[in-house]
Design a protein around this ligand. Sequence first.
Ligand SMILES: Cc1cc2nc3c(=O)[nH]c(=O)nc-3n(C[C@H](O)[C@H](O)[C@H](O)COP(=O)(O)O)c2cc1C
Ligand code: SF4
Length: 709
Amino acid sequence: MSRTSYLHLLAPGRIGTMALRNRIVVTAMGASLAEPDGHCGERIVRYHESQAKGGAGLIITGVAGVAWPTGANQVNQIAISDDRFLPGLTALTEAVHAHGAKIAAQLHHGGLIGVEDMLAGRPVWAPSLPEPPTGDFTEAFLLEELAEAPFGRITSVTIQVMTKADIDTLIAQFAAAASRARRAGFDGVEIHGGHGYLLSSFISPTTNRRTDEYGGPLENRVRLLVEVVRAVRTAVGPDFPVWCKLDSREEGIPGGITIDEAVRTAQIVEEEGANAITVSAYHDAGKPKLHSASHTPHEPGLNLPFAARIKAAVGIPVIASGRIEPVLGDEKIADGSIDFVSMGRKLLADPYLPQKLAEGRPNDVLPCIYCYTCISAIYVGKPLRCAVNPEIGFEYLHRQSPKGGKRVVVIGGGPGGMESARRLRADGHQVTLLEQASQLGGTLRIAALAYQANEPLLDWLRHQVESSRIDVRLRTRATPELLRTLSPDVVVVATGAVRGLPPIPGNDLPHVMSGDDMRRLMLGEGSQELARKVGWATRMASKIGAASGLTSNLDFVRQATRQWMPLGRRVVIIGGELVGLELAEFLSERGRMVTVVDEAPRLGAGLTIVRRMRLLAELKEHGLGLFPDASDIRIEPDRVCFTDQTGNAQAIDANSVIVAKGAAGDSTLARQLEAEGFKVHEVGDCTGIGYIEGAMRGAARAAKEISQI
Ligand SMILES: Cc1cc2nc3c(=O)[nH]c(=O)nc-3n(C[C@H](O)[C@H](O)[C@H](O)COP(=O)(O)O)c2cc1C
Ligand code: SF4
C-alpha cells in the first residue's frame, strides 16, 4: 500500500438520506460476539465501536436474526426479533455514533442454512424441498475440527416448505425488525438477499421449485424479496435507508443465479424503493474450493466486474465487496464502476485502516494475510478471531495504561520477535532486538515465499521495527555474556522452533533435505549441513544471491526459482502439514512432480479450514499425489516406500526428498538465561508450533505482561 492519497475512497458519500464521511464500509460479518441470548452486550458493542473509532464511514452488523432464535445460522448471533433486544441494540448504535460512523443492521433469516434450527430440532424454512446436497465440504476438515463443528452434532433435518401463511409471517418479521432497527438508532438496514439464506433460496432456481406465484420465472422468485422490501419500507417510512445484499451469481451451481438475473433483480428492488445494492456472490457449498471463490474470495477484486455490471444497470449506489485493496477500490470508485467499498478481513486485521489512509500513513496499516482464521473459526462454532490482530473481539477487555521504561532485549527477528519489539517500543520501553541472521524475518520469509499473501505482513513488521527507535543488531548471537553487558530488566526469547529430522529410515541419504535446508537454499542462508548436500554450483549461486542482496527480494526468488532450482524432477515431501503443503504447491508450480506423504489421518494441520479447502483442491488439480494415513515410511536412494491408507504398498520414485516435519518448541535458551538470573518471556514457535497467529498472539501477551508489571 504505497500510495498516499485515496481521494475517491475517502470522499463523502450518500445512501438515500444517509450521509457518510467516506466510502469505506465495514461489510457484514457474523462475528458470533453477541451474547448467547441474542443481546448485544459489551463485547460486540466494543468490537463495532473500534471500527467506528478507526474511521469507517458505515458499519453493517453481521447477520441479525429477524426471527431469532429461528433462522439463526451461528451461535452468539445478533437477535433483532423482539423489543427486548432494544437496549443492547441501542447501546451499539450509540457507541458507533459517538465516533462519527453510521451503522446499519443486516436483517437475516438463515432458511436452509439455519444451523441453529437444525441443532435445536426446529424445522428449517425453505421455498421447496431441496435436492440432496452433493459433494462433501467436510472432507477438508481435520477430525478434531469435525468433532467440534456445530453441524457435526446435527442428527436430522426437517424441512418446512413455506406456506403462504409462513411467507406472511416472515414478511412481518422483517418489517418489525426494520422498525426495531430504526427505534434502536440504526441509520439503515441491509436486507440479506444472498448467500443461500432464506430470501436467496427463493431467488435461486435451484432451490426454488415452487409452482405458485413465488416460483418459476424471475419475477416470481424475487416476489418474496420485493414483498419484504415493500413491508420494510412501510414500516420505516420513506426516508430511512433500506437496501439489499444480492448474489451476483452462484459459482459452481449449474442453473443457479446468473449475473443477468442479478442485474434484473437489482433493477426490480430499485423500482421498489431500495436505496442501494450490496453486490456479493454465493457458491456450491459442497465444493470445498468454492468457499473462497464467492463472497469471501481468495482472488483480489473477484466480484468487482459483477458489481460494475449491476452499477451500469441501476441508478442507486452500489456497494462492492470481496478482497478489494484500497488502491483498487479508489480506482473503481473513480472510474464509476462502484460507489462504496465494503471491507471485511482488512478491517479485522486493522480497524484503523481508514484513519491511517486519511492521515497519509498507508504503510502503517496492519495487513490481512488472507489466512481465513477469522471465518474458519465461525465454521467450528467459535467467535471470530484474527491471526494478525489478537485484540479483535477482545476490545471489551480494557487494557491498563502500559508502564514503560524498562530495558528489554528481544532475541530473534522472526514474526514473534519483531512484533514483541514493536509492541514493547510502543509501550515506551527501551528495546534491543538481536538477530543472528543478516536480515529480519525469520521463518516469515519462507512463509511469504510459499504464500505470497504473507509478504505484506513481513514488510509491515520490518517497516514498523525499522522506523521505531529499536536498537536492531543483526548477525548477533545472543549469549549470556552479551546479555550481561546489555543488563536488561526483561528478556523476550523468540528464537523459533528446532527442526530435527524425525527418525525415518533413510533420512541421512544425500538427496534428503529438511524444511530448514530448503529455506536456507532458497533464501541464500547456507549451512554446513546444506553444503554437504548440494553441489558447488548451487552453493555458489546461492552465495552470489545472498551477497548481492537478491535473495532478500522475494519476488526475485519467486522468479529465479521458476528457472532453476537444485531439486530433481520428482520430489517426495514427507509431512503434509502447513509447511509441507505450501511447499508442495510452490514446487509443483515450478514443474516438479510432487507427492506428499504423511502418517496423519488428514492433511493440512496448521492451515485454517477455508484455506486448507482451497489448497488441497489446488494440489489435486495440479495432479499431486496426496497420501495421508501412511505407515512404514522409508526413504531409499531413488524412491520413498510406504503403506497407504488402504493397506497397499507404495513406492514413489524420488530424486529429492524433503522432510517437512519434526518441528518442535525449544526452550533451551530460555531456561539457560533463567538459570543465569534473567527474567524471561517466551514468544512464538519456541513455545510450540503456532505459526503466524501464535507468534502475533504470543507477542501481544508478552508485551502486556511486561508493561503491566
Ligand atoms: C468472519 C466473517 C463472517 C462473515 N459473515 C457474514 C455475514 O454475517 N453476512 C454477510 O452478508 N456476509 C458475511 N461475510 C462475508 C463478508 O460480508 C464479505 O463478503 C467477505 O468478508 C469478503 O470481503 P473481504 O474480502 O473484504 O473480507 C463474512 C465474512 C467473514 C470473513
Ligand atoms: S484472520 Fe487472517 S484472513 Fe481473517 S482478517 Fe485476520 S489476517 Fe485476514
